[in-house]
Design a protein around this ligand. Structure first.
Ligand code: SF4
Length: 453
């Protein structure tokens, strides 16, 4: 049987895209392998949001040149943000050993390439008349425009990602996503719900609905469908235990949506909403569209409507022109808001973005490292304090898998919990009493039989 291997770097959207490509390849009769030399098809699903991710993808591309050259029948596909909406002639010229270039979320070019190869093989074996009818049959069997994710590779995970809106039409000055993933496109609600049903039938118990600005789901549809309507529809899927959604934007997280989070028991009290900087001038240069005070009020609103919600944020340090005092604004607002999790990054200019073209990357690298280290230490302390509050509490854990002899799962607030138990608890909701905590995880004891699912 033909085999495929997918290498993925970057965000959860890329992970979901890779799952989709794998599912499409399995429909063509391919099976997954981790052994690069045994693979007939390799897909590199790339990210260029940070320089380090782009460097790794380029390294992989170089390393795979001999693999591709060794067998003319092998296929190497390059996918994701490195390709963008359309591959540039420069990219195609730089990597002549790449057979297929695929935009983010689009499996069709690879499927089409492999199908035409199959058809070529058949051409040698059958008569022209038979070929025509077979060709027509196959055209119907593989709709190339499909962006569904109905199958999963191997055993279904307990928690799966489901893209609901592709691309982004915002224009944050530092961000390459709109150039690489194209304009915002929402998937039809019915298609998403049927995908979730399919995932649940395969064993998935939690879905995370993904979008660059997930709260804008439906803005490009019929004027009635929105993320709240989608949450309600997905909530009605039998057998599904938990729903999360990310990433939110401060300008679009409205009360109606927050009220749905509070009212729908399967929707977890967990909001991912980046602040990016704690200074109004820096936010304006980033063209984020809100002020620090707007974000402060948003956090208060989330905590008022969804008590106990975990709020996660993103921050960039060393944006062009960010002074030490402006960075302190970021440090101070994080101290004040005491958010559950902060994802941090040092600014690196991405070619083609407004900040790379028009702003000086003038914060020295050592200073970016210093600012990042300060935020990391702060985050470790705050995260430790937040986890400590759970000491002795009973929490409900959705068990995902065994890790080093212990069950690993997450609380509704997405805190990681480990506990020992000899029963097979994968995919079940288990009440756990927390016995010890650290900044990154909590340990506990299962206190009762699992909740039947
Ligand atoms: S909202 Fe801004 S940061 Fe997020 S994907 Fe769109 S352009 Fe990028």
């Amino acid at each position: 049987m033909n085999k495929y291997h997918i290498w993925t770097i970057g965000c959860q959207m890329n992970v979901a895209d890779s799952t989709h490509v794998g599912a499409e390849l399995e429909k063509l009769g391919y099976e997954p392998t981790n052994d690069v030399d045994a693979a007939d098809v390799i897909v590199l699903n790339t990210c260029v949001v940070r320089q380090s991710a782009e460097d790794k993808a380029q390294g992989k591309l170089g390393a795979l040149k001999p693999w591709r050259k060794a067998h003319p029948d092998r296929t190497l596909a390059l996918m994701g943000c490195m390709v963008g909406v359309r591959p540039s002639p420069k990219l195609v010229e730089a990597y002549p050993w790449v057979d297929v270039f695929m935009a983010p979320s689009e499996a069709a070019p690879l499927v089409g390439h492999l199908r035409s190869r199959l058809i070529e093989e058949e051409l040698a074996a059958i008569e022209m008349q038979q070929l025509r009818s077979r060709h027509e049959l196959q055209d119907g069997a593989y709709p190339t425009a499909s962006i569904k994710h109905l199958a999963l590779l191997g055993e279904a995970p307990v928690a799966a990602n489901v893209p609901v809106v592709y691309g982004c039409s915002h224009a944050c000055t530092f961000c390459i996503i709109p150039f690489r993933r194209g304009v915002e496109r929402s998937r039809p609600l019915a298609e998403i719900v049927s995908e979730v049903r399919g995932l649940v039938a395969q064993g998935v118990r939690e879905v995370t609905l993904l979008g660059q600005i997930v709260d804008r789901y439906g803005y490009d549809l019929d004027g009635e469908t929105d993320l709240t309507a989608l949450l309600e529809a997905v909530h009605a899927v039998d057998g599904l235990l938990r729903i999360r959604f990310l990433t939110s934007h401060p300008n679009y997280l409205d009360d109606r949506l927050l009220e749905a989070v509070a009212a729908l028991p399967k929707v977890m009290p967990h909001i991912e909403v980046p602040i990016q900087a704690g200074d109004d001038e820096v936010l304006a240069h980033m063209r984020r569209g809100y002020t620090v005070d707007d974000y402060r009020r948003l956090v208060a609103r989330i905590r008022h409507i969804v008590p106990g919600a975990a709020i996660h944020t993103d921050v960039i340090v060393g944006f062009p022109g960010e002074t030490a005092a402006q960075f302190e604004g970021t440090y101070d607002i994080l101290e004040e808001l005491h958010l559950e999790k902060t994802h941090m990054a040092r600014y690196s200019p991405r070619p083609g973005t407004v900040s790379a073209r028009k702003m000086d990357d003038d914060v020295p690298d050592a200073e970016k490292h210093r600012r990042l280290a300060l935020l990391e230490a702060q985050h470790e302390r705050i995260s430790g304090e937040i986890n400590e509050r759970w000491q002795g509490a009973a929490v409900e854990v959705l068990v995902e898998e065994k890790h080093k002899g212990k069950w690993r799962g997450r609380t509704p607030q997405n805190r990681l919990v480990f506990f020992e138990d000899s029963r097979d608890l994968r995919g079940q909701l288990v009440p756990v009493q927390i016995t010890s905590t650290s900044p990154w995880a909590m340990q506990g004891l299962a206190t009762d039989a699992p909740t039947p699912t």
